[in-house]
Design a protein around this ligand. Structure first.
Ligand SMILES: Nc1nc2c(ncn2[C@@H]2O[C@H](COP(=O)(O)OP(=O)(O)OP(=O)(O)O)[C@@H](O)[C@H]2O)c(=O)[nH]1
Ligand SMILES: O=C([O-])CC(=O)C(=O)O
Ligand SMILES: [Mn+2]
Length: 609
């Protein structure tokens, strides 16, 4: 529905009074030229993508090779999440905790209200009703994103269930519908006669969560987690605060289904930091005979206890927003097959001369292409053709190995949780936690080298608890306490077993010790055999690691010495971790659960001096 004046939106857009009032209030503040409610119709997709093509934001790709797919290049300053511009504006600073940026809600609102004033002048304001998770969930998790970006509209339509069906349900439920208002603006008003740029944005950026109000305000960026507000802002930062209050978990985890040669089915969730392998593991093609993987989710898992006492996970998203570089027929054939069906948006990869896309690591390197910066690129350019955080955005239901249970609002019962990071040294291929509290300790002390998924230095080791450092919407010490409580209140025999993995350990020459990708199925097999009590393990100071014989290395191109090096627990290296963990824990003061201090003391004692 399109209305010409902001004042007409309430009656024109929705019968839901509170929602209409909010939309009107935002329109009055931001003064767009027009307001449009997103319906989710196919015609609307055509209109929005045509508009993006006309504006130069999108380039339509070759219809034969990339049907209904588009290329976009962002402003070079707007390429990733901006963690230093991301705020948790809790009422009380202590509820934000030491790992997030904080500002008092009133102060932040005053600053941002000034920025929002008139910020949509010359643009269309879109109202996107969406639901994270299933529309027919017991308590649907609605959101409404207001945005002045067509790129965001197109991407949200891929990434979340959006449009009239959702709005109808919100209206049916009336005032009892819970929705997260999520306001987004590029911060790039257009004065009359002013020509637009291909990627409007603002050098001033704010990505703000108000956890008590369950509200999101974002300004200045058009990219990824900064702008697609159903993803990180809602499904992790706001949802983690909801989960704390309601006794569930909102986590940065993939969900996969593993089927053994005996046709036993297991569901596994895994938390790795951004650009550390979730999408790849979620779509894995096992190299070991007889095992199969199906995909349920590649980035976010919401986990709640079922009536049977088991922890059930759903993927709240509807699309995949995957890292392009490194994706190819060998590393992730299922991603390539998903993309081959079209209906995708590629951002900051290279555009080939035949209207296709290319990125570092993809097969068939072109002799010439246009780089993400819009420059001529050849294999000898000495520059990357694609930004390291370039992404594809594609519907999850195109994934050829999508599990049927993906569409089940009850989710799937999780047998194992993996935590993992990117560590060149120290952390072995796989370690099993002794119990839930020890697993929580592993998660709370998880470390990883930073990647291009966030603006800032790459390759620096930092603690990234549960791969949630940039996504915990409250005090991380309290978040650890919440994890402990989840385990304490549960039947221990029904809880998922927790493991710590590292695909990224290096040898002396700097090469990866472990081949990764499809070969990670060998680790999944060991995990399942541990759950079934079939596989052997050695007890080490940090937990249980596989005996060399218990890991299936049949047909693997590795020497026994290399396998041993991948599995090694070096007390010297671990002793060097201790001061870093102590420094990390010291940040939390009283908020650190005593159980984690006890775990750390135990680890120190086992490592000796
Ligand atoms: N060496 C090695 N690299 C891997 C492995 N799995 C993934 N990668 C690479 O790591 C990068 C990121 O992988 P993804 O699977 O997209 O990471 P992600 O965790 O889904 O990232 P986000 O979408 O940012 O949350 C890609 O360049 C992959 O090729 C692995 O097992 N071994
Ligand atoms: O949110 C984004 O921009 C992409 C993503 O999945 C992550 O960084 O974990
Ligand atoms: Mn992610």
């Amino acid at each position: 529905m399109t209305t010409d004046t902001p004042a007409a939106t309430a009656t024109g857009g929705t019968t839901h009074a509170a929602l209409a009032a909010w939309v009107d209030e935002v329109a009055a503040l931001t003064t767009p030229d027009r307001v449009q409610w997103i319906t989710g119709s196919p015609q609307e997709w055509t209109e929005v993508t045509d508009k993006l093509v006309a504006a130069g934001t999108f380039t339509r790709l070759n219809e034969q090779t990339h049907p209904n797919s588009f290329y976009a290049a962002s402003d070079p300053t707007d390429v990733a999440r901006v963690e230093d511009r991301t705020f948790i504006c809790s009422v009380d600073e202590k509820d934000c905790g030491p790992t997030n940026n904080w500002m008092a809600p009133d102060e932040m609102k005053a600053i941002m209200t000034d920025l929002y004033r008139g910020c949509m002048t010359g643009r269309t304001m879109y109202v996107i009703p969406f639901v994270m998770g299933h529309l027919n969930a017991e308590k649907p998790m609605f959101g409404v994103e207001i945005t002045d970006s067509e790129y965001v509209v197109a991407s949200m339509r891929v990434m979340a269930r959006c449009g009239s069906k959702v709005l109808d349900r919100i209206e049916e439920l009336g005032e009892s519908a819970r929705y997260v208002p999520a306001l987004h603006s590029l911060g790039a008003p257009l004065q009359p006669g002013e020509k637009d740029v291909a990627w409007p944005c603002n050098q001033t950026k704010y990505i703000v969560q108000f956890p008590e109000e369950r509200t999101i305000w974002s300004y200045g960026s058009g990219y990824g987690g900064n702008a697609l507000l159903g993803k990180k802002c809602y499904s992790l930062r706001i949802a983690s605060a909801m989960a704390r209050d309601e006794g569930w978990l909102a986590e940065h985890m993939l969900i996969l289904k593993l089927i053994s040669p005996e046709q036993q089915t297991y569901y596994v969730a895994a938390a790795f930091p951004s650009a550390c392998g979730k999408t790849n593991l979620a779509m894995l093609e096992p190299t070991i005979p007889g095992w199969r993987v199906e995909t349920l989710g590649d980035d976010i898992a919401w986990m709640r206890f079922g009536d049977d006492g088991r922890l059930y996970a759903v993927n709240p998203e509807f699309g995949l927003f995957g890292v392009a570089p490194g994706t190819n027929e060998k590393t992730n054939p299922n991603a390539i097959r998903t993309l081959a069906k079209g209906n995708s948006v590629y951002t900051n990869v290279a555009l080939t001369d035949d209207g296709g896309v290319w990125w570092e690591g993809l097969e068939n390197e072109p002799q010439h292409a246009t780089s993400w910066k819009g420059e001529d690129w050849t294999p000898d350019s000495g520059e990357l053709s694609s930004h390291p955080n370039s992404r594809y955005c594609t519907p999850i239901d195109q994934c050829p190995i999508l599990a049927d249970e993906y569409d089940d609002p009850r989710g799937v019962p999780i047998s194992a949780i993996l935590f993992g990071g990117r560590r060149k040294t120290t952390v072995p291929l796989v370690t099993e936690a002794r119990d839930w509290v020890h697993g929580t300790f592993m998660g709370a002390t998880l470390s990883s080298e930073t990647t291009a998924a966030a603006v800032g230095q790459v390759g620096v080791v930092r603690r990234d608890p549960m791969a949630m450092l940039p996504f915990i919407g409250y005090n991380a010490g309290d978040y650890f306490g919440h994890w402990i409580n989840v385990g304490k209140d549960a039947d221990a025999s029904k809880l998922p077993k927790i493991f710590y993995v590292n695909w990224f350990r290096r040898d002396e020459d700097g090469g990866f010790l472990w081949p990764g990708f499809g070969e990670n199925s060998r680790v999944l097999k060991w995990v399942i055999e541990r759950i079934e009590g079939k596989a052997a393990a050695v007890e080490t100071p940090i937990g249980h690691v596989p005996t060399p014989e218990s890991l299936d290395i049949d047909g693997l191109d590795m020497t026994p010495e290399q396998v041993e090096a991948a599995l090694r627990v070096d007390p010297q290296e671990w002793r060097a971790e201790i001061p870093q963990i102590e420094e990390w824990f010291a940040k939390f003061g009283d908020a650190l659960p005593t159980q984690l201090q006890v775990e750390l003391d135990g680890l120190k004692a086992r490592l000796g001096d």
